[in-house]
Design a binder for this molecule. Structure first.
Ligand SMILES: C[S@@+](CC[C@H](N)C(=O)[O-])C[C@H]1O[C@@H](n2cnc3c(N)ncnc32)[C@H](O)[C@@H]1O
Length: 232
Protein backbone atom coordinates (compact mmCIF):
# COMPACT_ATOMS: atom_id res chain seq x y z
CA UNK A 1 0.00 0.00 0.00
CA UNK A 2 1.08 3.57 -0.64
CA UNK A 3 0.00 5.36 2.50
CA UNK A 4 -0.07 9.13 3.02
CA UNK A 5 2.61 10.13 5.56
CA UNK A 6 4.14 6.61 5.66
CA UNK A 7 4.91 5.95 1.98
CA UNK A 8 5.04 2.42 0.58
CA UNK A 9 4.32 -0.34 3.08
CA UNK A 10 5.28 -3.83 2.03
CA UNK A 11 2.89 -6.79 2.26
CA UNK A 12 2.76 -10.42 1.11
CA UNK A 13 1.44 -9.37 -2.30
CA UNK A 14 1.95 -6.31 -4.46
CA UNK A 15 -1.29 -5.89 -6.36
CA UNK A 16 -0.66 -2.27 -7.30
CA UNK A 17 0.56 -2.83 -10.89
CA UNK A 18 -2.21 -5.34 -11.71
CA UNK A 19 -5.09 -3.97 -9.67
CA UNK A 20 -7.27 -3.26 -12.73
CA UNK A 21 -7.19 -6.95 -13.65
CA UNK A 22 -7.67 -8.03 -10.02
CA UNK A 23 -10.86 -5.96 -9.62
CA UNK A 24 -12.19 -6.94 -13.04
CA UNK A 25 -13.82 -4.81 -15.75
CA UNK A 26 -16.39 -3.33 -13.36
CA UNK A 27 -17.40 0.32 -12.99
CA UNK A 28 -17.35 0.78 -9.21
CA UNK A 29 -18.65 4.36 -9.30
CA UNK A 30 -21.71 4.83 -7.12
CA UNK A 31 -21.86 1.12 -6.24
CA UNK A 32 -22.41 -0.32 -2.77
CA UNK A 33 -19.69 -2.96 -2.42
CA UNK A 34 -19.03 -5.77 0.04
CA UNK A 35 -15.33 -6.69 0.20
CA UNK A 36 -15.32 -10.23 1.59
CA UNK A 37 -12.07 -11.11 3.39
CA UNK A 38 -10.80 -7.54 3.29
CA UNK A 39 -7.65 -8.17 5.39
CA UNK A 40 -5.81 -4.83 5.74
CA UNK A 41 -8.18 -3.25 3.24
CA UNK A 42 -6.11 -2.74 0.10
CA UNK A 43 -9.00 -3.71 -2.19
CA UNK A 44 -11.59 -1.87 -0.10
CA UNK A 45 -9.69 1.41 -0.25
CA UNK A 46 -9.01 0.98 -3.96
CA UNK A 47 -12.71 0.34 -4.73
CA UNK A 48 -13.60 3.36 -2.61
CA UNK A 49 -11.08 5.45 -4.55
CA UNK A 50 -12.95 4.35 -7.68
CA UNK A 51 -16.19 5.73 -6.30
CA UNK A 52 -17.74 2.84 -4.37
CA UNK A 53 -19.31 2.90 -0.92
CA UNK A 54 -17.58 -0.01 0.77
CA UNK A 55 -18.32 -2.38 3.60
CA UNK A 56 -15.22 -4.43 4.41
CA UNK A 57 -15.80 -7.82 5.98
CA UNK A 58 -13.23 -9.89 7.79
CA UNK A 59 -13.25 -12.43 10.56
CA UNK A 60 -13.57 -11.39 14.16
CA UNK A 61 -11.09 -13.88 15.58
CA UNK A 62 -8.43 -16.39 14.52
CA UNK A 63 -10.55 -19.37 15.66
CA UNK A 64 -12.83 -18.76 12.65
CA UNK A 65 -10.13 -19.77 10.20
CA UNK A 66 -10.54 -23.21 8.69
CA UNK A 67 -7.31 -25.00 9.56
CA UNK A 68 -6.73 -28.38 7.97
CA UNK A 69 -6.89 -30.93 10.83
CA UNK A 70 -3.91 -33.08 9.87
CA UNK A 71 -4.04 -36.07 12.24
CA UNK A 72 -0.36 -36.94 11.71
CA UNK A 73 1.51 -36.38 15.04
CA UNK A 74 4.27 -34.57 13.09
CA UNK A 75 1.78 -31.75 12.55
CA UNK A 76 1.71 -29.11 15.27
CA UNK A 77 -1.65 -27.30 15.13
CA UNK A 78 -0.63 -24.79 17.78
CA UNK A 79 1.92 -23.08 15.49
CA UNK A 80 -0.68 -21.84 12.97
CA UNK A 81 -3.11 -20.93 15.71
CA UNK A 82 -0.47 -18.83 17.47
CA UNK A 83 0.51 -17.20 14.17
CA UNK A 84 -3.07 -16.25 13.29
CA UNK A 85 -3.69 -15.21 16.88
CA UNK A 86 -1.12 -12.49 16.24
CA UNK A 87 -1.95 -11.80 12.57
CA UNK A 88 -5.70 -11.26 12.84
CA UNK A 89 -5.51 -8.35 15.34
CA UNK A 90 -2.53 -6.96 13.41
CA UNK A 91 -4.60 -6.93 10.21
CA UNK A 92 -7.38 -5.08 12.00
CA UNK A 93 -4.90 -2.49 13.27
CA UNK A 94 -3.42 -2.15 9.76
CA UNK A 95 -6.90 -1.64 8.33
CA UNK A 96 -7.70 1.15 10.79
CA UNK A 97 -4.33 2.82 10.28
CA UNK A 98 -4.82 2.91 6.49
CA UNK A 99 -8.45 3.96 7.00
CA UNK A 100 -7.33 6.97 9.02
CA UNK A 101 -4.50 7.97 6.71
CA UNK A 102 -6.69 7.73 3.59
CA UNK A 103 -9.58 9.50 5.33
CA UNK A 104 -11.72 6.52 4.32
CA UNK A 105 -15.45 6.26 4.97
CA UNK A 106 -15.51 2.48 4.48
CA UNK A 107 -17.13 0.46 7.26
CA UNK A 108 -15.48 -2.61 8.74
CA UNK A 109 -17.69 -5.49 9.78
CA UNK A 110 -15.94 -8.19 11.79
CA UNK A 111 -17.78 -11.50 11.84
CA UNK A 112 -18.13 -14.66 9.84
CA UNK A 113 -19.10 -14.75 6.18
CA UNK A 114 -21.13 -17.91 6.90
CA UNK A 115 -23.34 -16.00 9.29
CA UNK A 116 -23.96 -12.50 8.00
CA UNK A 117 -26.72 -10.42 9.58
CA UNK A 118 -29.48 -9.22 7.26
CA UNK A 119 -28.88 -5.71 8.70
CA UNK A 120 -25.81 -5.45 6.45
CA UNK A 121 -28.27 -4.89 3.61
CA UNK A 122 -27.67 -5.75 -0.03
CA UNK A 123 -24.80 -4.87 -2.28
CA UNK A 124 -24.49 -3.97 -5.97
CA UNK A 125 -21.12 -5.72 -6.04
CA UNK A 126 -19.77 -8.50 -3.82
CA UNK A 127 -16.00 -8.96 -4.18
CA UNK A 128 -14.25 -12.16 -3.07
CA UNK A 129 -10.49 -11.78 -3.48
CA UNK A 130 -8.46 -14.91 -2.76
CA UNK A 131 -10.74 -16.24 -0.07
CA UNK A 132 -12.71 -19.23 -1.41
CA UNK A 133 -9.64 -21.52 -1.63
CA UNK A 134 -9.08 -20.93 2.11
CA UNK A 135 -12.49 -22.23 3.12
CA UNK A 136 -13.53 -25.81 3.79
CA UNK A 137 -16.81 -25.29 1.97
CA UNK A 138 -16.41 -22.67 -0.76
CA UNK A 139 -19.80 -23.39 -2.33
CA UNK A 140 -21.62 -22.75 0.94
CA UNK A 141 -19.54 -19.59 1.37
CA UNK A 142 -20.77 -18.36 -2.02
CA UNK A 143 -24.32 -19.31 -1.15
CA UNK A 144 -24.11 -17.29 2.08
CA UNK A 145 -22.52 -14.12 0.72
CA UNK A 146 -24.45 -14.04 -2.54
CA UNK A 147 -27.70 -13.78 -0.58
CA UNK A 148 -26.60 -10.15 -0.16
CA UNK A 149 -25.58 -9.64 -3.82
CA UNK A 150 -28.24 -7.82 -5.79
CA UNK A 151 -26.30 -7.61 -9.06
CA UNK A 152 -22.62 -8.42 -9.61
CA UNK A 153 -20.11 -10.78 -8.04
CA UNK A 154 -16.36 -10.52 -8.63
CA UNK A 155 -14.07 -13.40 -7.67
CA UNK A 156 -10.29 -13.45 -8.06
CA UNK A 157 -8.23 -16.55 -7.33
CA UNK A 158 -5.90 -19.02 -9.08
CA UNK A 159 -7.46 -21.71 -11.28
CA UNK A 160 -5.95 -24.99 -12.44
CA UNK A 161 -6.06 -25.24 -16.24
CA UNK A 162 -8.73 -27.94 -16.45
CA UNK A 163 -11.56 -27.76 -18.98
CA UNK A 164 -14.09 -29.46 -16.70
CA UNK A 165 -15.79 -28.27 -13.52
CA UNK A 166 -12.98 -29.53 -11.31
CA UNK A 167 -12.03 -28.87 -7.66
CA UNK A 168 -8.67 -30.16 -6.48
CA UNK A 169 -8.27 -30.97 -2.77
CA UNK A 170 -5.00 -29.25 -1.82
CA UNK A 171 -3.98 -30.51 1.66
CA UNK A 172 -1.33 -33.19 1.25
CA UNK A 173 -1.02 -35.69 4.12
CA UNK A 174 2.55 -36.52 2.98
CA UNK A 175 3.93 -32.98 3.27
CA UNK A 176 1.35 -31.71 5.83
CA UNK A 177 0.82 -28.65 3.66
CA UNK A 178 -0.98 -26.45 2.95
CA UNK A 179 -2.79 -26.17 6.26
CA UNK A 180 -4.91 -23.11 5.53
CA UNK A 181 -5.88 -23.77 1.90
CA UNK A 182 -8.34 -26.40 0.76
CA UNK A 183 -9.61 -26.18 -2.79
CA UNK A 184 -8.23 -25.14 -6.14
CA UNK A 185 -11.18 -24.68 -8.48
CA UNK A 186 -11.09 -24.61 -12.26
CA UNK A 187 -12.75 -21.78 -14.15
CA UNK A 188 -15.52 -24.12 -15.29
CA UNK A 189 -16.08 -25.12 -11.66
CA UNK A 190 -16.50 -21.51 -10.50
CA UNK A 191 -18.77 -20.79 -13.45
CA UNK A 192 -20.92 -23.79 -12.59
CA UNK A 193 -21.16 -22.93 -8.90
CA UNK A 194 -22.20 -19.40 -9.80
CA UNK A 195 -24.74 -20.67 -12.33
CA UNK A 196 -26.31 -22.92 -9.67
CA UNK A 197 -26.74 -19.79 -7.55
CA UNK A 198 -28.31 -17.90 -10.46
CA UNK A 199 -25.36 -15.89 -11.80
CA UNK A 200 -24.28 -15.66 -15.43
CA UNK A 201 -20.59 -15.27 -16.21
CA UNK A 202 -19.87 -12.02 -18.05
CA UNK A 203 -16.09 -12.12 -18.19
CA UNK A 204 -13.05 -14.06 -17.07
CA UNK A 205 -9.73 -12.20 -17.18
CA UNK A 206 -6.36 -13.65 -16.30
CA UNK A 207 -3.30 -11.86 -15.01
CA UNK A 208 -0.14 -12.64 -13.09
CA UNK A 209 0.04 -10.91 -9.73
CA UNK A 210 3.25 -10.36 -7.78
CA UNK A 211 3.61 -12.45 -4.64
CA UNK A 212 6.35 -10.72 -2.63
CA UNK A 213 6.46 -13.34 0.12
CA UNK A 214 7.34 -16.10 -2.38
CA UNK A 215 9.25 -13.87 -4.78
CA UNK A 216 7.25 -14.99 -7.80
CA UNK A 217 4.09 -14.19 -9.72
CA UNK A 218 0.85 -16.13 -9.62
CA UNK A 219 -1.67 -16.38 -12.41
CA UNK A 220 -5.18 -15.63 -11.18
CA UNK A 221 -8.54 -15.59 -12.88
CA UNK A 222 -10.96 -12.77 -12.22
CA UNK A 223 -14.59 -13.69 -12.73
CA UNK A 224 -17.35 -11.12 -13.15
CA UNK A 225 -20.85 -12.59 -13.05
CA UNK A 226 -24.31 -11.04 -12.88
CA UNK A 227 -27.47 -12.11 -11.09
CA UNK A 228 -30.10 -13.54 -13.45
CA UNK A 229 -33.05 -13.84 -11.09
CA UNK A 230 -34.28 -11.40 -8.43
CA UNK A 231 -33.06 -11.82 -4.86
CA UNK A 232 -35.45 -13.79 -2.67
C1 LIG B 1 -5.89 -14.38 1.55
S1 LIG B 1 -6.76 -13.07 2.35
C2 LIG B 1 -7.37 -12.16 0.97
C3 LIG B 1 -7.19 -10.66 1.11
C4 LIG B 1 -7.79 -9.83 -0.02
N1 LIG B 1 -9.21 -10.11 -0.21
C5 LIG B 1 -7.07 -10.03 -1.33
O1 LIG B 1 -7.69 -10.51 -2.29
O2 LIG B 1 -5.88 -9.69 -1.40
C6 LIG B 1 -8.21 -13.89 2.95
C7 LIG B 1 -8.96 -13.07 4.00
O3 LIG B 1 -10.20 -13.74 4.30
C8 LIG B 1 -10.45 -13.64 5.69
N2 LIG B 1 -11.35 -14.72 6.10
C9 LIG B 1 -11.07 -16.05 6.19
N3 LIG B 1 -12.14 -16.73 6.64
C10 LIG B 1 -13.13 -15.82 6.84
C11 LIG B 1 -14.47 -15.93 7.31
N4 LIG B 1 -15.01 -17.11 7.67
N5 LIG B 1 -15.22 -14.79 7.39
C12 LIG B 1 -14.68 -13.60 7.03
N6 LIG B 1 -13.41 -13.44 6.57
C13 LIG B 1 -12.65 -14.54 6.49
C14 LIG B 1 -9.06 -13.73 6.32
O4 LIG B 1 -9.04 -13.17 7.62
C15 LIG B 1 -8.22 -12.93 5.31
O5 LIG B 1 -8.15 -11.56 5.67
Amino acid sequence: MDLPELGSVKGFWDLRPTIDAYLGPVDYRGKRVLDVGAASGFLSFEMERRGATVVSLDLDGPERRHFVPFADPRYDPSAQREYYGRVVPALHRAYWLAHRLYGSRAQLFLGDLFNLPAELGTFDVVMLGMILPHLRDPFYALECVLRLASDVVVITQPAPGMPDAYAYFMPDPATLAPDTAWWSMSEACVERMLAVLGFTMESITRAEHACLSRGDREMCSTYVARRRFPLR
